[in-house]
Design a protein around this ligand. Structure first.
Ligand SMILES: [Zn+2]
Length: 255
């Protein structure tokens, strides 16, 4: 199974994979059914979750029902337990929306919820994050996860996120971070997919973020809260929900 998933992620185009999943997952779900693991997003239970990862495969990563990964389940719990996202009215912009969240967020009656994407035909707003066709100070909450590592002019994107967020609003801006790096590594001469794979870990990334990530957000005006929320959870929940043990959540607030 590991080898098959690794091969699929590398060689099958993402839109095809997304189309294949609804056919394949119900079959897998029967095989993986059990009690040991639980997905807090779709509330399903499994004897194990699917392995996932491009370079190194992680065991118990992907929910066989809603396709959530470890970080998505952590975000869900954070929203549930540390914010009023599920109860209070908010105007929400969700950029490059994760499939495990979209339908569930759409059903929340108190939200004005908008999805946005550069390419996806299903997004409400088709836009380039560096030039958003949106008014100043117009959103309470923005989700923009695993996007910035693909954007050449990151500061321009951050200025746009800052601009459309209302004062007091917040954005969740997760990116892959290599905590062994003190400074983010980027070099515009690294252009080919092969070189990007080698230096940044994925062929469409344009940098590898390091421990200075929060400072890069602050440069655009945000006040950043780096929340090690997962460290506050009981170990049996971290195991049962198959959460990422070291993920830090970056909440960027517009003062
Ligand atoms: Zn799930």
């Amino acid at each position: 199974m590991k080898a098959l998933i690794r091969w699929s992620l590398r060689f099958i185009p993402r839109p095809w994979l997304q189309r294949a999943v609804p056919a394949i997952f119900p079959i897998l779900a029967v095989w993986y059914r059990g009690k040991r693991y639980e997905c807090p997003i779709c509330q399903s239970r499994w004897r194990k979750m699917l392995p996932y990862g491009r370079v190194q495969m992680r065991a118990n990563a992907l929910c066989p029902k809603c396709q959530s990964l470890e970080r998505h389940r952590l975000i869900w719990l954070y929203l549930q337990r540390k914010t009023d996202f599920f109860s209070a009215p908010h105007k929400v912009l969700h950029i490059a929306p994760e499939v495990c969240f979209v339908e569930r967020f759409k059903q929340l009656p108190q939200l004005k919820y908008y999805t946005a994407d550069l390419e996806s035909p299903w997004a409400d707003i088709k836009m380039d994050i560096r030039r958003m066709p949106l008014e100043d100070n117009s959103f309470d909450i923005i989700f923009c996860n695993h996007v910035l590592e693909h954007i050449d002019d990151e500061q321009q994107a951050l200025r746009e996120l800052y601009r459309v967020l209302r004062p007091g609003g917040w954005a969740l801006l997760q990116v892959p971070i290599n905590y062994e790096l003190e400074h983010t590594f980027e070099d515009p001469s690294i252009e080919s997919p092969e070189a990007r794979e080698k230096y940044y870990g994925q062929n469409d990334h344009v940098r590898q973020y390091g421990r200075d990530y929060a400072q890069r957000l602050e440069k655009a005006g945000f006040r950043v809260k780096a929340d090690a929320f997962v460290k506050t959870l009981p170990p049996d929940e971290v195991r049962r929900f198959a959460l990422p043990a070291n993920e830090i959540l970056y909440i960027a607030v517009k003062p």
